[in-house]
Design a protein. Structure first.
Length: 469
């Protein structure tokens, strides 16, 4: 009599053995394979310098090393000098970024410097090549992994600012402005130059994008001033500036931009006096005159003969859209196009002296230009891009997209570091806390099974006369 219930004990022993092996394996994997990263290597960093027309913005991105996807990203930003003003002194451009780069070196732990990618993208788009090579030389001297300085094309500037598949992007800089959106009516056949194709998370997108050089806020303002000074006037009554605003400006200074090439009057006086009249309607008429609506060789155009498919979906507007509309208290989603007009009518007519008293701390140059800026935005959106009272509701003014400052810098870095997954991920990686929980629960269950089996083995042993199954 060896077995009270033949076949029972070997099965139990076998299962118990497997459980022991599984438990040991589980604990070994838990201990050896998935220790949290040491503090200094827990985060990764990336630095992008956005050399725009008005200034250079420094972005330092930081994200958990375990999640190389588009989540958990934190940004630190810093405003640095603009490099385009160094066209005649390229060496100075490199030196001018020194203070900013030292800040970046402080924000990124030194143990991570060597592997932190550093990019510079220039969007000012004008006569920058000699400046860029000087800046490249300077950026090589920092401890980061410098990956080059280059001029972004208009489509790149527009499309990297575009973040979510369903949302269009509107960017208004100083020199140029971009519009990008996905449209069911656009596959590039009419206008291949406006097509950017993307493969994102397993889906293909045909993105329409266009960048209008010389239609950023500063260059557009210069265009309106050029319209009023073409015959060498010595004084100009400008409806886009407030009543009582007076400023003497130099002709050479105004026309010193490729956007106004060949437009300068032949023998102008040295200066002209700019006198504000503060008239919204007049300002809008003046702004309309810098757009050309007459020629279009496509089925539909925005302006200057540029193809634009029918607007589709919602839009996020940032950069100067945000600076200007925020100052004018017009960023709320409930604000209608009529509200914008009413606010501008009242705002532009406000005397300059009163305005300065109301906003003693606002930079004078900015304060003087919000009337123009607001009127330009309204005109660009409605006359230029064909937004209506109805579709204007689809625009949200944003400072940030998904927790990062809105703009092209994050998309640019993610693209160049191959961190935007083209294909959908099959299984989302488990976060560390989730991993530990799964391990603990499984180990506890296995331990309970073991205890239970041991208990039954013992009982079988101690009560042989009874048949227990
Ligand atoms: N706080 C602000 N208020 C008003 N205008 C601003 C402010 N900050 C920047 N600007 C202006 O908004 C425009 C766009 O700025 P930005 O997007 O930085 O331009 P860019 O990329 O061409 O350098 C520029 O004309 C700039 O001078
Ligand atoms: Ca910009």
């Amino acid at each position: 009599m060896k077995e009270a219930s033949p076949g029972y004990r070997p099965v139990t022993v076998f299962v118990a053995g497997i459980a022991v092996i599984a438990l040991v394996a589980l604990v070994t994997v838990a201990v050896v394979q998935n220790k949290p990263l040491p503090k200094s290597t827990r985060y990764r960093y990336g630095i992008v310098l956005d050399a725009g027309s008005s200034h250079t913005a420094l972005y330092v991105y930081k994200w958990p090393a375990e999640k190389d996807n588009n989540t958990g990203r934190v940004t630190q930003t810093e405003s640095c000098p603009g490099i385009s003003s160094y066209a005649s002194n390229p060496q100075g451009a490199g030196d001018s970024l020194r203070e900013c780069m030292l800040k970046a070196a402080k924000w990124v732990p030194s143990s991570r410097h060597g592997e932190t990618p550093l990019y510079l993208g220039a969007t000012a788009g004008m006569r920058l090549l000699n400046v860029l090579s000087a800046v490249e030389g300077a950026l090589h001297s920092y401890p980061f992994s410098f990956r080059g300085a280059r001029i972004l094309s208009g489509p790149e500037e527009g499309s990297f600012g575009w973040g979510q598949a369903t949302t269009g992007a509107l960017d208004l800089g100083g020199a140029s402005t971009q519009i990008s959106f996905v449209s069911a009516h656009f596959n590039g056949s009419q206008s291949p130059g406006n097509l950017m194709t993307f493969r994102l998370y397993g889906n293909d997108y045909d993105l329409y994008t266009h960048s209008f050089l010389c239609y950023g806020k500063d260059q557009a303002l210069r265009q309106t001033l050029a319209r009023q000074t073409q015959s060498g006037q010595s004084s100009v009554s400008d409806p886009c500036f407030h009543p009582g605003y007076i400023r003497v400006r130099e002709y050479s200074d105004l026309y010193n931009t490729p956007c106004l090439a060949d437009l300068a009057p032949r023998t102008p006086p040295t200066n002209f006096t700019l006198l504000g009249t503060g008239n919204f309607q007049g300002c809008q008429e003046l702004i309309k005159s810098i757009f050309n609506f007459t020629q279009c060789r496509y089925s539909r155009c925005s302006f200057n003969g540029v193809y634009q498919p029918q607007l589709q979906g919602s839009f996020e507007a940032f950069s100067a859209y945000n600076y200007v509309l925020d100052f004018l208290n017009l960023t709320d989603t409930s604000v209608s196009l009529e509200d914008v007009k009413a606010r501008l009518r009242e705002y532009c007519a406000t005397p300059w002296s009163l305005l300065q008293k109301q906003h003693p701390t606002t930079k004078r140059k900015y304060l003087a230009e919000y009337c123009f800026g607001g009127t330009y935005i309204l005109t660009l959106l409605t006359e230029g891009f064909n937004f209506t009272a109805d579709t204007y509701k689809d625009i949200t003014v944003v400072r940030q997209i998904k927790g990062s400052d809105a703009g092209w810098t994050l998309g640019y870095m993610l693209n160049l570091t191959n961190m935007i997954p083209a294909e959908a991920q099959d299984t989302p990686p488990l976060p560390y806390a989730g991993y530990v929980s799964v391990m603990v629960v499984t180990a506890v269950v296995l331990a309970l099974i073991l205890l239970f089996l041991a208990y039954r083995l013992q009982r079988t042993h101690c009560s042989k006369p009874h048949k227990i199954v």
